[in-house]
Design a protein around this ligand. Sequence first.
Ligand SMILES: Nc1ncnc2c1ncn2[C@@H]1O[C@H](COP(=O)(O)OP(=O)(O)OP(=O)(O)O)[C@@H](O)[C@H]1O
Length: 255
Amino acid sequence: MSISKQHHIDTPSVLYMDGVSVSFDGFKALNSLSMFIAPGEMRAIIGPNGAGKTTMMDVITGKTRPDSGTIVFNNQHDLTRYDEADVANLGVGRKFQKPSVIESLTVFENLEMSLKGGRSIWQALMHRLSGAQKEKLDEILELVNLSDRTHHLAGDLSHGQKQWLEIGMLLGQEPQLLLIDEPAAGMTDEETMKTAELFKTLAKKHSLMVVEHDMDFIEALDCKVTVLHEGHVLAEGSLATVKANPQVIEVYLGR
Ligand SMILES: Nc1ncnc2c1ncn2[C@@H]1O[C@H](COP(=O)(O)OP(=O)(O)OP(=O)(O)O)[C@@H](O)[C@H]1O
């Protein structure tokens, strides 16, 4: 599948990938991968183990440099030229599967440290927030369902709440595109459904790329699904469409 260069120029996009390939010792982890994410879009990415999902996020975020291909952020920035810190500063936030909140700090303190502009632990602990910053943190706390846990230690939160806190910390960076790896793993059913609601709300202001294995969660996201297989896009469309695709059934869902 290829997306024309003209499409890229004419259509506003948050992420445009075309013909992206990466090899490790001759093995193609990504094999001419092409994908297009629109502003405000939420996209679910599925695929069997080894399909290239992590490698795809690595090349978008500047962790791995592709051997060939184009990756453009916001119709403007060639992401293959930037390192991880630059890509984050441009507005691409990444959430790894395992939460990495600081457990000995409160929910609020964790969020304070994440605010755009960079705050040291010391500044964060001094609680010198502007009115606008305080307002923003309150808004994030509300969004991620943690308003009633503001002054609890992050270490006392449930696994799902830690994941929400970390998503809140990403939001503190004001990213335009969020890449989120298996958020529902280890969550209760209730937390999983709340997370789907949260993502639907976020998608109004941000673009989201969500890598996930949990089909109930993907169904609840109710968004376009891309199926990766052997480093390439195998199918794209609604969950119902890709589930009915014989190639998808063969390589993934039917296994
Ligand atoms: N640094 C590396 N060196 C060698 N091979 C690698 C490296 N990173 C990834 N691979 C290989 O590339 C392929 C794609 O891996 P990747 O982790 O991107 O898949 P994935 O879809 O994220 O899988 P999973 O669902 O298991 O996380 C796999 O076969 C993997 O072994």
